[in-house]
Design a protein around this ligand. Structure first.
Ligand SMILES: Cc1cc2nc3c(=O)[nH]c(=O)nc-3n(C[C@H](O)[C@H](O)[C@H](O)COP(=O)(O)O)c2cc1C
Length: 661
């Protein structure tokens, strides 16, 4: 639109209704000062411009940088490296060319505060969270000049805001800043703004909050909400619409938590409860800072360590993590794996361990693409129970991050019931492509197939629960305390309810009790809970088979490729918003039965396994089943309980320790 076509009344006519015509004109005559044109100041300015305000004092000394793109209204490729005040002035004038600006391109300092606030009707705080000295000076001067002031800042996916009105509680009285400790101001500002500290519940990377480095995460969601609440309060203050809940009232609006709260905090941070909170929050923030480095933390690890740190999230049967890493140099890693074929009946012929290792190998490959590296590997069998995967990294000619790399930590087994909705044809096609040229998938979606496969799984559970050879494995695999465990599986992640978990804990103290459970008929309730209902309530059961049936017996390395296919399948499912549970027990029992391997001393169970194998073969269309599992759209939000992993340091084998290979 050509500048002289601009017409104030037309441009803001859609405000009329919520504002009267005369209120709109009145707003137009007001002057607002905004300090900071970054995360929240920029969007504050544009909100007030669209409310029809035409006079601004703005201050900021920064230029836009790439790290501002996630949330700052003025940050984009055109404005990169440009002064924030210039960019925002231009953006505002493109909405209303009549706006007059008094610009403070060197930011706010003690010398220019009076000029910054001269003739101002309202002060809006848009300073960076950690700019606290000067913030308190501006609020003090605004108070002395009888200027109302608002601070509305993003906190997580919500906003926390405070209003300081002339003649009422001051910013200094509310926050009680003391200069004794460097972190003191930030903690006091935080607990005053957000006395409930409620958004900590969804702070998923606590290590990103670091008061010493003056760093904290922030989102566009919080910034836009801050501007919204600031706009509403501005209308009420400037048009004298009231009531205004000024400090010591505080406001929290967090749509992520479905929460809107107006709290009252007499004496502000001098309130005894706030004193207690000060120490608690201080402790919590210190713990956040010490949170283990994430792979994105650039300071902590070398690229190879970052790759392995991410790769350790690969799945393994019973979360056994049978691998150790030896970093030879920046381009060479040896993965040393020990299978448990001789000690753990689940590890039939070492196949599940090889599948898990394939999952690991693919996870390393994906993680390497984040660092512009590709890999080649060599499989070396050392003994029947031990093998090495020798991995070499070479630079990729151009950055080509595999999107599945971003799903590595998101992927987690879900053993609960899923939605009954079937997978879309497109989802199935993507999953089929994910398993590669060597393999293909069979889908079992009909109720009667899901029912039959659930019954087979129940039978497998009965066998594995009764057979004495697996008792020590179960005893070791499950942990009964806590939501997460570095080794094995937390019982809560199996999908068992509290009563069943309690019985399981009781039963796993001795084989005798397991037998008792069997005799009193308690096993069917476990089968119902863990196999039958989840087996019915899912989108489909799937089988991974080889694409071109070959009669050549499969070598161990073949199962590494099966693992690669499994991990690509699982990560693609994660990307598509699907959840998965592998189901290896029926395959294991079929393997033992088909190969006449007496896997248990209980001869009755050998016969039951034969029946199971016959039932399962009805589904395999003459193929060897490489993997079996169920898949679907999740019925409930992602679980907090999950198996975590051993630390990278405990998985590393160094030259100088005895474990070196
Ligand atoms: C080869 C293999 C076999 C598995 N078999 C089963 C299974 O039969 N039942 C099951 O509930 N989970 C099974 N899992 C899932 C693992 O128990 C799970 O991945 C592991 O505990 C780590 O947890 P996470 O996937 O949540 O990270 C299997 C995983 C792999 C790699």
């Amino acid at each position: 639109m050509i500048q002289n076509e601009f017409d104030y009344q037309k441009a803001f006519c859609r405000n009329i209704g919520w504002l009267t015509l005369s209120e709109q004109e009145y707003l137009r005559s007001k002057t607002v000062a905004i300090a900071g044109m970054g995360g929240v100041g920029g969007v504050h300015l544009l909100t007030l411009v669209r409310l029809g305000i035409e006079k601004f004092h703005i201050a900021d000394m920064d230029v836009f940088e790439i790290q501002n793109f996630n949330r700052q209204a003025g940050a984009n490729l055109t404005s990169l490296h440009q002064p924030k005040v210039d960019v925002l002035e231009k953006m505002a004038k493109e909405i209303n060319p009549n706006i007059t600006f008094t610009v403070f391109p060197n930011g706010i300092n003690k010398e220019n505060i009076s000029e910054f606030l001269a003739g101002v009707d309202l002060y809006i705080d848009g300073l960076d969270f950690f700019v606290l000295d000067i913030r308190s000076e501006v609020f003090k001067r605004a108070y002395d000049l009888h200027i109302p002031a608002i601070t509305a800042g993003p906190l997580g996916m919500g906003t926390a805001y405070l209003i300081f009105m002339p003649g009422q509680m001051t910013f200094a009285q509310y926050f009680c800043f003391k200069q004794s400790e460097p972190d003191d101001l930030a903690i006091r500002f935080l607990i005053g703004l957000n006395p409930t500290f409620s958004n900590r519940r969804y702070l998923v990377e606590p290590g990103m909050v670091n008061l010493q480095l003056k760093k904290g995460p922030s989102t566009i969601v919080g910034c836009q909400l801050s501007a919204g609440v600031m706009g509403a309060e501005t209308v009420k203050i400037l048009l004298n619409r009231g009531p205004i809940f000024a400090a010591p009232y505080y406001h929290l609006f967090d749509p992520y938590l479905y929460k809107h709260k107006i709290g009252w905090l007499p004496w502000g941070n001098r309130n005894p409860l706030q004193l207690l909170k000060y120490y608690l929050v201080k402790r919590k923030l210190k713990a956040y800072t010490q949170t283990k480095a994430h792979y994105l933390n650039p300071e902590k690890y070398t690229d190879i360590e970052k790759i392995l740190d991410l790769a350790r999230w690969a799945p393994s049967g019973d979360n056994s993590q049978p691998w150790r890493f030896k970093i030879v140099d920046d381009h060479h890693v040896i993965v040393n794996v020990t299978n448990e074929a001789n000690t753990n009946r689940y590890d039939y012929a070492g196949i599940p361990t090889h599948i898990s290792s394939g999952c690991l190998l693919e996870t390393i490959r994906l993680a390497a693409t984040l660092f512009n590296l590709k890999l080649s590997y060599q499989y070396l069998q050392i003994t029947n129970g031990e093998y090495h995967i020798d991995i070499r990294f070479t630079p990729l000619t151009k950055q080509n991050t595999d999107p599945l790399a971003y799903c590595i930590m998101e992927r987690s087994v879900d053993r609960r019931r899923y939605e009954l909705a079937q997978l879309t044809a497109q989802a199935k096609a993507e999953l089929a492509a994910a398993v590669g040229d060597e393999f293909t998938l069979l889908w079992f979606e009909r109720f009667r197939d899901r029912l039959a496969l659930s019954k087979i799984t129940m039978l497998a559970t009965k066998i594995r629960m009764i057979m004495p050879e697996l008792y020590p494995i179960h005893k070791q695999a499950f942990t009964f305390t806590g939501d997460c465990t570095e080794e094995g599986i937390p019982i809560k992640a199996t999908g068992m309810n509290r009563i069943s978990s309690y019985f399981m804990k009781w039963a796993l103290t001795s084989q005798l009790r397991i037998n008792m459970m069997n005799h009193i008929g308690a096993i069917p309730s476990t089968q119902l809970e863990l196999d039958f209902l989840p087996g019915i309530f899912c989108g489909a059961h799937f089988m991974l088979i080889e694409k071109n049936k070959s009669l050549v017996s499969k070598d161990k390395e073949y199962y590494l490729r099966v693992g690669v296919a499994l991990q690509r399948f699982w990560l693609t499912a994660t990307k598509l918003g699907l959840v998965v549970q592998p189901n290896l027990a029926p395959i294991m029992l079929t393997y033992y039965s088909d190969n006449n391997i007496p896997f248990t001393e209980n001869t009755k169970l050998l016969a039951t396994a034969q029946q199971l194998a016959v039932k399962l073969h009805k589904f395999d269309q003459g193929n060897t089943i490489l993997l079996l599992g169920r898949i679907g759209y999740p019925k409930r939000p992602k679980q907090k309980v999950r198996s975590t992993r051993k630390s990278l340091s405990s998985l590393l084998q160094r030259e100088d320790n005895n474990e070196a290979i």
